[in-house]
Design a binder for this molecule. Structure first.
Ligand code: URA
Length: 242
């Protein structure tokens, strides 16, 4: 017998904590019955467990892929407006992948998808400060002083002051400016809101790197599996060398 949340976590649905939340939210069924209380034990040989209506199988092999997300896709599995999901771009039969964090509908570039709940947790936990690098086309001519403001921290629309970041002007693009920005936190729509704070709204946003992993020459809409070494390097980058 095994505790339900542990079974779900082993199956790659999420961290133990996340799986407890899923149970509390009524997203988990055991033998067709929704379970919302903690402490339920299941027998993996006899009981059938479903998450969001789909059967869960314990200990799927861990798979992590890197997708170059095109514009016009959501990074959730379902969307209230019926817009296409990044999951539609990945055809890996029998493997249930979940996006690691979010990219906006219009944002392009590096998105990781995995069934490794622990990896997702480590990469997205604020404590680990994993570096995420973006190339952003900003409206207007961005000055050196504004680049320094982005680096030092700017105050967002909700009063939050961003943590130190790395920023560099790549160069002008017509009347606009291409910059590279590396942030070590992940507030909602952070790059767009930082750009607004210096009064140069984002015209186009692409994520090009997470920790040492870069998008490389992968075409938009294409994906590839990470190598074991790449996964290990990512884990090391967030202090998880298990
Ligand atoms: N920051 C944003 O504003 N949007 C993204 O999609 C990612 C980071």
């Amino acid at each position: 017998m095994i505790r339900l949340q542990k079974y779900l976590a082993h199956a790659g649905i999420g961290s133990l904590r996340t799986c407890e939340q899923y149970i509390a939210q009524g997203l988990v069924q055991v033998n067709g019955q929704t379970v919302t209380v903690m402490g339920v034990q299941i027998d993996p040989e006899r009981d059938t467990v479903a998450f969001r209506g789909r059967p869960v199988h314990e200990a799927e092999a861990k798979v992590t892929i890197l997708l170059n997300k095109p514009e016009g896709y959501v990074t959730t599995s379902r969307d209230q407006f019926g817009r296409p999901s990044v999951l539609d771009l990945v055809d890996l039969p029998g493997v249930r992948l979940y996006p690691v964090g979010r990219l906006d509908y219009q944002t392009t570039g590096l998105l990781l998808l995995t069934n490794d709940g622990a990896l997702t947790h480590q990469l997205t936990h604020p404590r680990h400060h994993v570096a995420k690098t973006y190339e952003a086309l900003l409206q207007g001519e961005v000055r050196g002083e504004e680049i320094r403001q982005l680096e030092k921290g700017v105050v967002l629309d909700d009063g939050y002051r961003t943590k130190p970041a790395k920023a560099r002007l790549i160069g002008p693009k017509g009347r606009n400016s291409l910059i590279q920005l590396t942030i070590f936190e992940g507030k909602n729509h952070q790059v767009r809101r930082m750009a607004k704070a210096i009064r140069h709204p984002v015209l186009h946003l692409k994520r090009v790197q997470i920790a040492d992993l870069s998008i490389g020459t992968l075409k938009e809409g294409s994906w590839r599996k990470l190598t074991e070494k790449e996964v290990q390097d990512l884990k090391r980058a967030c202090g998880q060398s298990r």
